[in-house]
Design a protein around this ligand. Structure first.
Ligand SMILES: Nc1ncnc2c1ncn2[C@@H]1O[C@H](COP(=O)(O)OP(=O)(O)OP(=O)(O)O)[C@@H](O)[C@H]1O
Ligand SMILES: [Mg+2]
Length: 308
């Protein structure tokens, strides 16, 4: 089977002269959740809009499920569902009307049982006869998702799915996305919430200034770049590190009042228990202890700064 999406040398110049995409190559495998991270204006929505056929590309090729987007638009479009960044629906239509109409637009035969299940999964079934104007913002977002899924696409784009939604709804959306993936839908989401990429994605791409700076397995990325820090606030400041602690990678901060241990978060033996034990033996007491992890956010900020 061909990959669900292949993008090669994709470029886009808007008429304004803005270069929004610059030689993007990307292959998306079936069944993955791919997070596209990037600051405002990076080119995320442009990339999605080109694949979804609402913006024309300036150069490059795209195939969706083996269909060339340039020559076989219909088949390609059928395979794709899009939840756009901006809510765009007829606000006077009902929820049920919206999903049935959208399914029909893609030339799919009616399937009320599928649509009922879809609305139930999104907790919208009770609202099926409500007009969209009568729904809350979070419900409207869910209607957008239902609409995008109404024709049973294999590839779903979510452009900033959780921008401006509350924590509970965000969790619900994450659960929903996982459920869709379990059903075999491939998902590409854009987000500013690094937490979201960290939580959800199998792979992460970082885009800035229209260039893909990096694509990698999330786990590999975190492993390669993720270190943990253990910070101990000492009872008594230390002038220098004792030789007895030479086995650990330690540093003193804040005039010797804080002892910082950096270690590989993924290692079998982090060295942390033995360090704490040793400190006890040496009578080095601490008031407080804190661990932190270098996150995707650190990695992301570092990358974007380096590219700037
Ligand atoms: N219709 C348009 N006409 C001209 N320039 C555009 C148009 N749409 C986007 N751009 C420009 O292209 C660049 C990429 O925009 P895009 O919307 O793809 O970014 P984004 O990564 O989705 O940003 P955000 O995180 O803010 O949604 C920006 O510089 C933007 O100003
Ligand atoms: Mg955008």
């Amino acid at each position: 089977m061909p990959p669900i999406l292949t993008i090669s040398a994709l470029s886009k110049h808007y008429k304004s002269g803005q270069k929004a995409l610059d030689g993007v190559d990307l292959t998306i495998e079936r069944g993955e959740i791919f997070a596209l991270l990037g600051p405002n204006g990076a080119g995320k929505t442009t990339l999605i809009s080109i694949v979804c056929g609402t913006v024309t590309k300036s150069g490059g090729t795209i195939t969706v499920d083996g269909h060339d987007l340039a020559t076989d638009v219909r088949s390609a479009r059928r395979a794709i569902g899009l939840v756009p960044q901006e809510i765009a629906v007829d606000i006077f239509a009902t929820v049920w009307g919206t999903v049935t109409f959208s399914r029909g637009l893609f030339g799919r035969a009616p399937d009320p049982a599928y649509l009922e299940q879809l609305l139930r999964d999104l907790s919208l079934w009770e609202k099926r006869d409500s007009r969209i104007i009568e729904l809350s913002g979070g419900m409207k977002r869910r209607v957008m998702i239902a609409k995008a899924l109404s024709h049973e696409p294999d590839l779903l784009f979510l452009d900033e799915p959780t921008a401006g939604v509350d924590v509970n709804l965000r969790r619900d959306m994450w659960a929903l996305v996982r459920k869709l993936r379990d059903k075999g839908v491939t998902i590409i989401l854009t987000t500013h919430y690094i937490e979201e990429a960290e939580e959800m994605a199998d792979r992460v791409g970082v885009i800035d200034g229209g260039k893909l700076l990096l694509v990698d397995d999330k786990a590999a990325l975190m492993r390669k770049l993720g270190k943990r820090r253990l910070t101990l606030a000492l009872q008594q400041p230390m002038a220098a590190l004792p030789n007895a602690l030479a086995d650990w990678s330690l540093a003193l901060e804040d005039g010797g009042s804080r002892l910082v241990y950096s270690f590989d978060a993924e290692a079998d033996d982090t060295g942390m228990p033995s360090l704490l034990h040793r400190l006890g033996e040496l009578g080095i007491a601490f008031k407080d202890l804190d661990t932190s992890r270098s996150s995707l956010e650190d990695i992301f900020v570092g990358l974007v700064e380096r590219a700037a």
